[in-house]
Design a binder for this molecule. Structure first.
Ligand SMILES: O=C(O)CCC(=O)C(=O)O
Ligand SMILES: [Fe+2]
Length: 254
């Protein structure tokens, strides 16, 4: 059953118009700066990503879907050298079926235009539908989303709830790294050879990540705390031309 969180925002068209107005307020210089930062490291935080009414509505829907549909996972991923996923998630198919605003958000052309301007190239709906959007949560000490690369080039992560900084759950990444799916030791090698970057987040931070060439993880929580994210993913033009396999996602959410 779909819940009507805000009758003004319940269609792609009205949400799109709202976002279009919002992004029109971003100056070319500010957009340039975001694009430059993203190109340099594959990571950038986007200030004031959505107008307050949209923020409230997305937050409400993410919480409601999470409470009703989250599934607890505790697995190790062979293809990334047995890195752990100890978390809860709401699958894309469940969000598509029961959500209203989140699917509309993903479908909004204004959103896609804006993120593509920061990515510096066109982005496309992921051909594999189960990777378009997802809700993920860490709750208990030891919960973590272990080291991995994403199947598709571009991700947006919205911190619906963030743990206090002293309780872990921060994002770590290593830019300009490639996933060799035939070599489970890739993760360990990157960690031996490269510096790890760390970014802290607060509630409502939104960041963009070049997830196919930044090895990344969410560090384990060191105490009980609530971290809840909405993750949207897009494919690059290059992704559309190559076969993309989905071992980690299928193992985790299949
Ligand atoms: O929760 C985060 O900040 C990152 C999530 C992530 O890497 C993913 O869903 O692939
Ligand atoms: Fe990821």
């Amino acid at each position: 059953m779909k819940e009507n969180f805000d009758s003004n925002l319940d269609t792609v068209a009205s949400l799109d118009a709202e976002l279009e107005r919002h992004y029109a307020g971003v100056s070319p210089a500010a957009l340039d700066e975001l694009r430059r930062a993203f190109a340099a490291t594959g990571y950038v935080k986007i200030p004031s990503f959505t107008p307050p009414a949209v923020t409230r509505a997305v937050r409400a829907e993410a919480h409601a879907l999470f409470e009703r549909l989250a599934v607890r996972r505790n697995v190790r991923m062979r293809v990334t050298g047995n890195t752990p996923r100890i978390l809860s998630n709401v699958r894309c198919a469940d969000i598509r079926r029961d959500g209203q605003l989140i699917p509309a958000f993903y479908a909004a052309p204004a959103l896609k235009r804006f993120v593509a301007a920061v990515f510096g190239e066109a982005c496309h709906d992921t051909p594999y539908e189960n990777e378009r959007y997802m809700i993920l949560s860490l709750r208990a000490a030891g919960d973590t989303h272990g080291w991995h690369w994403d199947d598709y080039a571009f991700s947006l992560i919205w911190l619906i709830e963030a743990p206090p900084k002293e309780k872990g759950g921060w994002v770590e990444f290593v830019p300009r790294t490639r996933w060799d799916k035939d070599d489970p030791d890739t993760v360990a090698r990157v960690l031996r050879e490269r510096e790890v970057e760390r970014r802290d987040h607060v509630r409502d931070d939104v960041y963009l990540l070049r997830g196919d060439t930044c090895m990344h993880r969410v560090a384990p929580l060191t105490g009980d705390a609530f971290r809840l994210v909405l993750n949207l993913a897009w494919a690059s033009a290059e992704d559309l031309d190559k076969p993309v396999s989905h071992e980690t996602l299928d193992e985790l959410y299949g």
